[in-house]
Design a binder for this molecule. Sequence first.
Ligand code: ATP
Ligand code: MG
Length: 377
Amino acid sequence: MNADLVTLIHYGELSLKGRNRSLFEIELKQNIEKAAGGTVKRFRGRFVLEGGQRDALSRVFGVAWYAEAFRVMKDIESIKKEVLKCIKTRLRNNSSFGVYVKRSDKEFPYTSMQIADRIGREISEKYGMKVDLVNPDLSIFIEVADEAYFYFDRKEGLRGFPVGVSGRVLSLLSGGIDSPVSSFLMMKRGCEVDFIHFHVFTDNAKIESTKISKLLRYFTAYRRPVRIHLAPYYPFETALLSNSNSRGYELIIFRRFMARVAEKVATDTGCGALVTGDSLGQVASQTIENITLLKSAVSIPVFQPLLTYDKQEIVDLAKYIGTYDMSIESYKDCCSIISSNPRTKANACRIVELEKSINIEGVVENTLNLLSVREIY
Ligand code: ATP
Ligand code: MG
């Protein structure tokens, strides 16, 4: 058998034990097959992808790294022969090299050291290259597993957990810079992320031509279908306009209102927590007091993955994951209409009073009746 080309995939398994580990492996295998196509086989802590789209692996959470690899018969002579053949095209004058061996099949008659030594010696003799294990010009990685594999370059994956192993959450997506990043981070932690968005239109379909649609399409690269619940904010606006005493409290009441609607949607659709893009102290509505008020409006957990991030760190991450350009497109967000100057320490009793006076329960009910759900493939 000559060498054939496959993709070797490794995942970050170190912290996984028992049932979690097999769940992780099953989900990851499925997610790779969905994203890349081809056939995936597993052998002790690694996957081998035959065929499929290798580049798609850069968008699969749970992949630690992957490499285009040559698969050869599992005997020392075949490995040696094929490695030497492949190196020929990669030679530079007087270049140095390092051979790194991992032997997962402990039945294989040579230890990792012996394999590295034999193959390294042959390369030195045949091509006059020097061994340098610290900073070589050419690295040759060999793995002896179900079969033998060797490769020269690794590509970094996203790491994290495969989408699906950590349950489902509902992310409040505003379309700003923060909430797409917080949604991404929850996906990276293994969650299936559904979305809910409150908009200024009277018709949910109007969202089609906005950046919200673009962001949702972006997320289909990580999970399909992407599901979003759309809610108009006019029932809230109408109720609030009828109350002139709410100045300075509007944004906090609005955020508590969004959380209430989202909680109902989450419990009806099997989502165990809400997610927001809050970052402590970033704006007046995100003080400890106001975050406490937000959380006390609902009884399911509210996750805030960006709580400790600086704005610049969030911007950098948004650029890195590719959501930034969409996020800065202009868009009429409800929060920008409501109040640019909320109180940093809202009084809880006052909030509850105001909510009663606008019949917040009724407003939530009316909004739930106007909700629609979309799935994007
Ligand atoms: P972002 O960049 O995510 O818009 P922000 O700094 O503008 O965040 P806020 O507008 O106060 O902050 O919103 C805080 C969080 O509340 C958002 O990250 C998002 O999770 C949620 N949120 C705000 N507006 C909406 C909306 N129209 N629909 C759904 N969720 C929203
Ligand atoms: Mg916003």
